[in-house]
Design a protein around this ligand. Sequence first.
Ligand SMILES: Cc1ncc(COP(=O)(O)O)c(C=O)c1O
Length: 409
Amino acid sequence: MIDVKNIRKDFPMLNGKTQQGHPLVYFDNAATTFKPQSVIDACDKYYSEETANAHRGDYDLAFKVDKEVDLVREKVANFIGAKKQEVIFTSGTSMSLNMIAFGFGFKFLKKGDEILLTEAEHASNVLPWFKISELTGATIKYIPLNKEGKLEPESLRKVITKNTKVVSVAQVTNVMGFMIDIKEIAKITHEFGAILVCDGAQSVPHMKVDVKDLDCDFLSFSGHKMLGPTGIGVLYGKYNLLEKMDPLMSGGGDNARFDMCGNVAYLAAPAKFEAGTMNLAGIYGMGAAIDYLNKIGMNNIEEYEKELHSYAISKLKDIKDLIIYNEHADTGIITVNVKGVFPQDEASYLNSHGICVRSGEHCAKLLKDLLKTTGTVRISLYFYNTKEEVDVLIDALKNGGNFLDAYFD
Ligand SMILES: Cc1ncc(COP(=O)(O)O)c(C=O)c1O
């Protein structure tokens, strides 16, 4: 069970008011989440008590930072069921996916090979692969989604071939919010000798994700979508793949030696992929975010969000002229439109009631044919949201007054 009332006290942003003086209702959690005080304090600790670079200094202060980086790496590894050396700190999901595409895809793909994606993917899981296709001659193919916009494992069987080398899909897509059966997708992918890249940006913050159980080859996620700071994220990779692939970025800290003839001896993973000074305050904050999520419990978070989602759907269904695109989503992502109202206008109207939602294409620009619209309004929930906040949204939608009513019958 989640004690939302008490939890909310931990988040300074949840006590905020909007410019118009409304209590803030934050329903844009798929974009980024609010941070508890413990995360803010952890970042602050790095700046006010423990500033030094990592893996470079021979003094106590630097050693403290090294120890913390190591500890947070271990926390992340335990959080996703990985080994410590399989966890690479990146700037976020986009960076992690680019590292896979360029470090693995560019090195190993060739003309005739296939990369399988879906139309529901975020730009960060599409555009790097477009570039790899252009550079290597590999072909991009799309696994068909079902009528509701969900990826079913059987659909993968219809398009995968012996030429498929990479399947790259989100565990939870950021507009449709369906939870994909990654375990089954991994099984099919591996039967064909391909690798599975799992975009965990919208799953890792909301449910228990265990890479060993899923058997995905790579997993990417962002700290800022799971209570952590911006500019920190994770790339998980099976160690044998990390050993084979190239770093996208190289420089200080990722090598044992190099010479004037251009010979480089890279360090083993994870160091091989962490050139340059890392976002150390971000790593401190990420550790605190994981502690906080563990304290609440990922299963509790998933369960609570499902309950809040069902509550919101039951209320939203009563609103005349509201189109719900993903009523059966398994997570807290609800995508809607008010008939005849431009999504940006709807979001601006809700903003005037202190409600933050996202409007537009949400970086999933291939979805427009399936949704038959280029823009939607996305309401995305997290475990600190309440039924009362959902009621505020419902009231605002029902009382569109001069604005939204103008379009109703
Ligand atoms: C499914 C999905 N993948 C990737 C990303 C990119 O994440 P980031 O902006 O943190 O790199 C997002 C962000 O919204 C997302 O929802």
